[in-house]
Design a protein around this ligand. Structure first.
Ligand SMILES: [Zn+2]
Length: 102
């Protein structure tokens, strides 16, 4: 699945819509239909489900043990696989890249 930004997509559709011009009496109805299509597509975006954005966190490590506490949910987890640290919390799914969501 590829996620796209709903607001950006809506803005793009409405930008295209704003550039569709009527071309006189004979084609006016056709271009009105084209405009209505773009407006309808933009309105449909509001009916789509919201996929929850993943939180970003970091491991609060304990030097004496190979475990860490998730900065998001607080669960204590064995964080090493060989010499590599896990990049996702198995409890809450947070991406452990040290960034914050703000
Ligand atoms: Zn977690």
């Amino acid at each position: 699945m590829e996620l796209i930004d709903k607001e950006q997509t809506k803005k793009m559709l409405l930008d295209i819509d704003s550039h569709v011009k009527s071309h006189g009496v004979y084609l006016g109805t056709y271009f009105d239909g084209v405009k209505a299509g773009y407006q309808s597509a933009a309105a449909c975006l509001d009916t789509l489900p919201v996929v929850e954005e993943r939180k970003h966190g970091y491991w609060i490590e304990h030097p004496e043990h190979p475990v860490g506490d998730c900065s998001i949910c607080g669960e204590r987890v064995p964080i090493y696989s060989g010499s590599k640290k896990y990049k996702i919390c198995p409890y809450c799914g947070a991406i452990m890249d040290g960034e914050t969501n703000d």
